[in-house]
Design a protein around this ligand. Sequence first.
Ligand code: AMP
Length: 215
Amino acid sequence: MRLIFIGPPGAGKGTQAKVVCNYFNLQHISSGDLLREAIASSSPEGEKAKQFIEKGLLVPDEIVVKIVAERIRKIKGFVLDGFPRTLTQAEFLDRTLDSLSISLDRVFNFTVSLSKVIERLSGRRICSNCNAIYHIKNIPPRKEGICDRCGGRLVQREDDKEETVRKRLKVYQKISQPLIEYYKKKGVLVNVDGNMEVQELFERIKESLRRYDTH
Ligand code: AMP
């Protein structure tokens, strides 16, 4: 099964992607995580991407598609989280999937209120080692500042600071509509309410995927 999660930062895509991947045995491909890994390893793509991410801007298509395509070619079932973000990326993805003779099953469009986004992102912490996601109030780690899973250090993403979040939201609002229309026309779009709690939203997504559910 191949899914896409579209939505503004803080809509809960990453958290939900982990739950859905675990249940349906899919791989989570987060373009943001892949870019942060490229930055951490000081690859040429990472060096270029860094300046855009820090400013809350989109990384140029050619850098992102290269990184994501490498990952997609290696795996069968996935949740794409944060990719595509532009029509060029969506068209590129179609060509890549066509060349592998596979297609998309669903595109979930997460909507969320501004106040929820600010609340979620200002409290979000991620593991600097395994990318696990926490929230200082809603999903606190057992030991403050330490990842439950791997013992890695929890950090606040530089671009989760409020000013950059507002910038990222503006960027999202500007670019998202054509993408949503694109997938609506293809008949694969499902709107979901990102304000919901994790489990409640998962039930909603699971319901929409029940024909794939072999549990
Ligand atoms: P995310 O972790 O999805 O919130 O992404 C963090 C940042 O990485 C974004 O604000 C962008 O700067 C960059 N980024 C992630 N995915 C993409 C994409 N598909 N296209 C362009 N930039 C991206």
